[in-house]
Design a protein around this ligand. Sequence first.
Ligand SMILES: Cc1cc2nc3c(=O)[nH]c(=O)nc-3n(C[C@H](O)[C@H](O)[C@H](O)COP(=O)(O)OP(=O)(O)OC[C@H]3O[C@@H](n4cnc5c(N)ncnc54)[C@H](O)[C@@H]3O)c2cc1C
Length: 400
Amino acid sequence: MTRPVAVIGAGPFGLSTAAHLRARGVPVRVFGDPMVSWRDHMPEGMLLKSTPAASNLDCPQPGHTLADYCDAAGIRRLVSDEDIIPVETFIAYGEWFQQKLVPGLERVRVVSVDRDKSGGFELKLDSGEMFTARAVVVATGLSGLAHLPAELAGAAADGPAPTGPVSHSSQHHDLSRFAGKELIVVGSGQSALETAALAAEAGARVRVVARGRGRVAFGAPPWKQPKLRPESPFGRAWSLWAFSYYPHPYRYLPEATRHFLVRRVLGPLGAWWLRERFESAVQVQDVERVLAAEVPDGSPVLTVRTHGGHPERLTADHVIAATGYRVDIAAMDFLGHELRTRLAVSRGTPKLGPGFVSSVPGLYFTGLPAASSYGPVMRFVCGTEFASPRLTNHLASAHG
Ligand SMILES: Cc1cc2nc3c(=O)[nH]c(=O)nc-3n(C[C@H](O)[C@H](O)[C@H](O)COP(=O)(O)OP(=O)(O)OC[C@H]3O[C@@H](n4cnc5c(N)ncnc54)[C@H](O)[C@@H]3O)c2cc1C
């Protein structure tokens, strides 16, 4: 019997890759909980920062864009840059895409992946089943990569938790639990600012603690974007245009530059439509840095260094660290020890060659773990347009 390709992950990147592989006639088994990062690890009521044009799951079969979903569901078409996508609509789009193009999806976890003797891979599922695959695509996205900076870890001895003194933003869906409470949100990216605004609207008293002077900032609305610069899914700018449409040469940049750009390009900046809601409801405290966090009597206390260089103690009922995600192969514990030690990595991220293949033939990475090789666009849904057809071409010609 022909051994299938295993796609691990059923978020935008896993579903898009699977749709491409199926269209090429490659036998594929797809594992994961469809759109789970969006359904369980982002706040209820969230709106997408990306525009409708930048929120399509790429596939070769026509008729599967976000606008097509809106038509099929009989809801208002989301198409222009001024149309804002509710997270609930985006989740429903992903599930519709999955039902139409990836119907055999298996809602089970892959617990281990190891090399087998014939040059393929042996996978174990949490159902207990074991099988061999000719190639493996890792599309596990944000899962397990939430980052809690060391200076906050002191107040989270047993790890961050929504019911403890410190949590990570990925641990919240329903922010109404903070109604009537004092909340500190650490961070200045869209996730921090939107979490803060939603918690304030749910009745919390919220302060955002942001590192750096004037760090909290918002992007320009579509009608104020500079007209003479080229359009990209993220706004008008030459750099964004190049990163969006020409990620090919990115992996030849020096290592330090690649990692720097992944962190900084499209980095902390609130969406234009969030400004008013945020500024009317949330207090901002700029600090030079957060020094430490402790829990002297059940509630968290942050010690920060002010821009004047003085330490200051900030108290709250709870601290949410909206401090993002960090790719680390070591945290992908489903990859067997031998595989992880054989993988060429750069600062914890897999080094990828043409077609998103890692240094282990047959093992591919897409989405966030591919960003240090193919650039910041891989952190976003619109990265599927570049990644999925190229990965599929490479895999089909090497292992088809
Ligand atoms: C708050 C927030 C807001 C965002 N807003 C936007 C936005 O507006 N626009 C945008 O383009 N991007 C946005 N992003 C980034 C977005 O999350 C990613 O672009 C996208 O989710 C990446 O998709 P993915 O398929 O790689 O991973 P994910 O969506 O994280 O999916 C991971 C999949 O892997 C599966 N999985 C994990 N481990 C295993 C395993 N061992 N076995 C089987 N399955 C497994 C999960 O079940 C899941 O199906 C946002 C991120 C955050 C945190």
